[in-house]
Write a protein that binds this ligand. Sequence first.
Ligand code: 5CA
Length: 160
Amino acid sequence: MARVRAALAERRLPADIVEYPASTRTAHDAARAVGTSVAQIVKSLVFLADGRPILVLASGANRVDERKVAALAGASRVEKASARVTREATGFSIGGVPPLGHTVMLPVYVDRALLGHPVVYAAAGAPNAVFAIAPHDLLRATAGTAGDIAEEVKPEHPAP
Ligand code: 5CA
């Protein structure tokens, strides 16, 4: 949490880190704890783009389409990183991976769906702590590239 606080302070952003008695390990847990929509929760996910770690900041309401991330990152192959690779690449364990404050800065790709909210909530480095941030500040603070990275939602009852 200290590293996230330091990274926010370095960028002159308010460090609204809140610790909760309940888990914020998943986007649903975090939404429940904060009292917001899942769409406003930032999932900080590590992928391997042609073998190199990248960070994808996705709306909690969306599944990431790896082909769209590949197109945005200019990679030919993008795959989800394992829990171990995620920890090695960021210095944080799954459930608390923050969007910034990592040991090494990774290339960051931001789900444009996050930009439609006045405020979003991201993990602060622990499985029970999140911070509020304006999505444009998140984009700037991470030097992220915004784009469409969401999987198309398949209709539950497709037309015949
Ligand atoms: N604290 C919350 C939101 S603020 C959080 O960190 N959510 S998350 O979505 O960024 O982190 C959980 C995600 O980690 C899951 O959506 C899943 O994509 C990923 N994950 C969970 N288990 C594994 C695993 N064993 N290997 C790789 N990725 C995993």
